[in-house]
Ligand binder design. Structure first.
Ligand code: PBG
Length: 337
């Protein structure tokens, strides 16, 4: 033994962490968390029409698809083992108005999509949002009156929209508009309509974030939005407030919780899982996707490696799954295809 070995043994008392890391087989044996395709929810963008696959500039590799094309893509996704899809509609501008009334039409784009998926890919879960932003002429998630997003009227509309989405076959309603009282109102409305089996995944902690930029290009709300969403989304500085907000959603009957955005908010994921023990999901949002893609396209980082690393880190932070635009790419990698 060298003097140097003596020194390290004296310092560590013989406890050497590297023993468990020494070979591939030990590393596999001691691995604490794993990503599987069962953890992936695929958010996709839907447009009216047919035969459309339209690339989104700020999200390389992501397309807006008409319902027929989306269904084709979802057959592959289901085949890869992806459990669920979360659709977001980019509807015609002339159907958007100050109250987002199109969300209440039984045959709107989102409901058409859900019916088509339930017919053609029946075993794929459909998780629909009820925020008004794809339907409003001002890009806000609620009804705008005298410069204020009015809470209670929005809740009423969102709850009615949830019933229509459930009627169309949605399995889980995921309200993202952060109005007070929405989870309880949606639960009551669903139950009154006989949708006891339709679940609620609350976007419990949705932060007022710059990471949503590319999404707003994708559904064309960016140019419409006046002001910001700070009066209803959570301040990125506030962790304890986020947990209090989630606690209300749990009391009101949420079945699952979500944290959004993802990577910059892993502490919230961990705290939520610890506090409530509900199935907890992270939304790796558009800006997170774009950062990785853009750097990878420049050859500055290994995009595949970082995609898999970030997704695994959500698991380590306590998440049961991830909404991610990488879902299909990651699933292909996990399935060796
Ligand atoms: C709004 C909504 C947002 C996202 C999905 N629904 C945020 C916003 O536009 O303010 C963002 C998703 C993403 O960035 O990937 N209800």
């Amino acid at each position: 033994m060298t003097d140097k070995t003596h020194l390290v043994d004296e310092i560590t008392g013989g406890r050497r962490m590297r023993r468990n890391r020494k070979a591939d087989w030990t590393r596999r044996l001691v691995q604490e968390n794993r990503l599987t395709v069962d953890d992936l929810i695929w958010p996709i963008f839907i447009v009216p029409g047919s035969g459309i696959v339209d690339p989104i500039k700020a999200m390389p590799g992501v397309n807006r698809m008409s319902v027929d094309k989306a269904v084709e893509a979802l057959k592959e996704a289901a085949d890869l083992g992806i459990p669920a899809v979360a659709p977001f509609p980019d509807i015609e501008m002339d159907k958007r108005d100050p109250t987002g009334s199109e969300i209440l039409s039984r045959d709107n784009l989102i409901n058409q999509f859900t019916r088509a998926v339930k017919k053609s890919v029946p075993n794929l879960g459909v998780i629909t949002d009820v925020a008004l932003d794809p339907f409003t002429s001002h890009g806000h998630d609620g009804i705008l009156r005298d410069g204020i997003i009015v809470n209670d009227e929005t809740v009423d509309q969102v709850a009615r929209a949830a019933v229509l989405q459930a009627d169309a076959g949605a399995d889980i309603i995921a309200p993202s508009e952060m109005m007070d009282g929405r989870i309880g109102a949606i639960r009551r409305a669903l139950d009154a309509a006989g949708h006891q089996d339709v679940g609620i995944m609350s976007y419990a902690t949705k932060f007022s974030s710059g990471f949503y930029g590319p999404y707003r290009e994708a559904i064309n709300t960016g140019g419409l939005l006046k002001g910001d969403k700070n009066s209803y989304y959570i301040n990125p500085a506030n962790g304890t407030e986020a947990i209090r907000d989630a606690a209300l959603d749990v009391e009101e009957g949420a079945d699952m919780l979500m944290v959004k955005p993802g990577l910059a908010y892993l502490d919230i994921c961990w705290r939520m899982k610890e506090a409530f023990g509900l199935p907890t999901f992270a939304y790796q949002v558009s800006g997170e996707y774009t950062q990785i893609k853009a750097a990878a396209m420049n050859g500055w980082i290994d995009g595949d490696r970082i995609m898999m690393e970030t997704l695994l880190c959500f698991k380590r932070a306590g998440c049961d799954g991830i909404l991610t635009y990488f879902a299909v790419e990651a699933a292909r990698k996990l399935q060796g295809r």
